[in-house]
Design a protein around this ligand. Structure first.
Ligand code: G6P
Length: 608
């Protein structure tokens, strides 16, 4: 996820910006850059890769500039490169901008600006904004920024400089954090407290829809309607480690908790529920092939494989195209049959998993259209695929994947609906499902409030040595994922099974010592799952059930219940995954495990 730092004061700004950027490295990035104003001109330095690359170019120069902005970019539009790195500058070279977030209507704006003669150098959504500000500039940067922002759809945290107004940095926020650090005769801006906390602990947080002008000794704070805001200074008293983790003990917990936002980002500009349409920019050039698709193969490993299994239910139900989901490691060595009009999709958080990449190449070599669903923009799988959908879930640090899973399922739902809309699936049904999808972030938020309750259940079971996870239908893959989460980070043996399949083996394991987690939300298999719960109960197993909020029936049959809101049954896996992530997390944490870096596991498995 991108990072913003800015400074105006008396210090030499280059070392300060570099240090701030380093403090934000933990967020993940693939390029970085700084812009300084000196002698009424910009000095601009950008590099792909690590901040050390930027340092190399600067070669120890501290320079004399004392106003500047810096950015670490985690690519969303356009691959990691020097041209796509921020800061971006306007056509006349007088304005420099850094931006976090996603501009949804950038392609319309880009077309309109290009017609007026603006020259674009990058593939980013951000560059449209800097040209737009130039378009509106009439000697007052704040006014130009205000006018440009009024034309913008999407999210932003921005910092803007103009060479003719070197005494100020203009900042604004909507949906992407921004904070102003207050010093004496100097002020700081950042997207992340970690970047500035060593210089000041007195800060003012911007809220959505707010702007500000930061000068050496003042912060003028107002909103889009230009009403002045007077907000109290907040004093920060937690340490750097706590700040990086957003106040949470582990990155994994932070990533679980940020899912309402990551899911919102995943569907932004794509799920048009008002008109019942899905738009996926990365597939525009492939729409004809998708229209002709007769078979879909989903290739993945680990958690990504589980999201593929959910995708299978959705694509087959809505688009009525046969789907095969396969472990990438098996697919690549099994001489697979790929008939004409097959679309193979590699699903990978990192975009670098060796087996998934090899499976994609294998499918392409056998004439399948090779697409990808990836979180990391510009990763190898993203580059080698012929089209794809990015998750926009932000950098995931915890080795055990959480937010990437729910975003993958969301993207697969969008993809399934895109295929369905090409196949005359009724628009009002698409509308209805998209409407349900749009509710998901707020429903996830409600589930996250159950954290304490789930912690209490975790306390009871943290000493268990085995767990069984059972579910049916689209929730069955979530049972697999719940078991995987638990074993990955707690080292407790856990198995996931389709609930009915239990009779063919795992039932032999059930006794008083065996907690069985059921996902038993209402869908067409609900009654069947109840029957499976009865079977476990009659053998003395302990039942923890994830149920709908208004469910009384299962309450009676279970030892512990976790109640969650309901939505469209096919989208329930996004919701049911959340309590299982929290359960695994709390158990592992209670056992004192190294949650973010579990033993023997790697975040990105780049070997076979
Ligand atoms: C590793 C990680 C898992 C991940 C899997 C696939 O095993 O620990 O969390 O699900 O790789 O990774 P990918 O990046 O391809 O989704």
């Amino acid at each position: 996820m991108c990072g913003i730092i800015g400074y105006i004061g008396k210090r030499k700004v280059i070392p300060l910006l570099l240090q701030g950027l380093k403090r934000m490295e933990y967020r993940g990035y693939d390029s970085s850059g700084i812009a300084l104003i000196h002698d009424q001109k910009f000095q601009l330095y950008k590099q792909k890769g690590r901040i050390e690359e930027l340092e190399k170019v600067l070669n120890g120069t501290a320079g004399d500039a004392s106003v500047g902005i810096g950015h670490t970019r985690w690519a969303t539009h356009g691959e990691p490169s020097v041209l796509n790195a921020h800061p971006h500058t306007s056509s006349n070279g007088k304005i420099a901008l850094i931006h976090n977030g996603i501009i949804e209507n950038y392609s319309e704006l880009r077309k309109a600006l290009a017609k007026k003669g603006y020259k674009f150098q990058s593939q980013t959504d951000t560059e449209t904004l800097v040209h737009l500000i130039q378009e509106f500039y009439e000697g007052d940067l704040v006014n130009a920024v205000l006018r440009a922002l009024r034309r913008l759809e999407g999210t932003y945290g921005i910092a803007v400089l103009h060479v003719d107004e070197p005494d100020r940095i203009v900042v604004a926020r909507k949906g992407s954090p921004l904070v102003v650090g207050i010093g004496e005769g100097e002020n700081f801006i950042a997207s992340d407290l970690a970047a500035i906390v060593e210089y000041t602990r007195d800060v003012i947080f911007l809220e959505d829809g707010e702007l500000g002008t930061v000068t050496t000794d003042n912060f003028h704070h107002f909103n889009l309607e230009e009403s002045v805001i007077k907000r109290k200074v907040t004093h920060i008293d937690f340490n750097l480690d706590q700040i990086e983790k957003g106040g949470y003990k582990h990155f994994m917990l932070k990533e679980i908790m940020e899912q309402p936002q990551t899911l919102e980002n995943t569907m932004r500009g794509r799920a048009l529920d008002d008109i019942g349409e899905v738009r996926l920019g990365g597939l525009i050039r492939r729409l004809d092939e998708l229209k002709d698709a007769e078979r879909i193969m989903l290739l993945a490993c680990g958690t990504s494989y589980h999201s593929g299994l959910v995708g299978e239910y959705m694509i087959e139900e809505w688009a009525r195209i046969p789907v095969e989901v396969e472990y990438a490691s098996e697919f690549r060595y099994r001489n697979p049959i790929i008939p004409p009009n097959t679309v193979a999709i590699a699903i990978s958080q990192s975009g670098e998993t060796a087996d998934t990449l090899a499976a994609l190449r294998e499918a392409q070599a056998r004439n399948a259209l090779g697409l990808s669903i990836v979180n990391t923009v510009g990763s190898t799988i993203a580059r080698e695929s012929e089209g794809g959908i990015y998750l926009h879930a932000g950098h995931e640090i915890g080795v055990a994947s959480t937010k990437a899973f729910t975003s993958q399922v969301t993207v697969l739902a969008l993809f399934a609906l895109l295929l369905a809309q090409q196949r005359d699936f009724p628009t009002d049904k698409i509308k209805e499902i998209l409407g349900e999808l749009r509710r998901i972030p707020s429903l996830v938020e409600r589930i996250l409030k159950k954290d304490r309750e789930i912690f209490e259940i975790a306390k009871i079971f943290s000493r268990a040595s085995n767990f069984l996870y059972l579910a049916r239908g689209p929730n069955f893959p979530v049972a697999l994922e719940g078991a995987l989460k638990l074993k990955e980070i707690s080292y407790i043996h856990a198995e996931g099974y389709p609930a009915a399949e239990m009779k063919h083996g795992p039932i032999a394991l059930i006794d008083r010592m065996m907690p069985v987690v059921f996902i038993a939300t209402r869908d067409k298999t609900y009654k069947k799952v109840i029957a499976n719960i009865e079977e476990v109960r009659s053998r003395g197993g302990t039942i923890i059930a994830v149920v709908n909020e208004d469910d009384e029936e299962i309450m009676e049959l279970s030892d512990y219940v976790i109640r969650i809101p309901s939505c469209h049954p096919m989208l329930m896996p996004i919701l049911t995954a959340i309590p299982l992530q929290l359960l695994a997390y709390h158990i592992a944490n209670l056992l004192g495990r190294d949650v973010d870096k579990p033993r023997n596991l790697a975040k990105s498995v780049t070997v076979e």
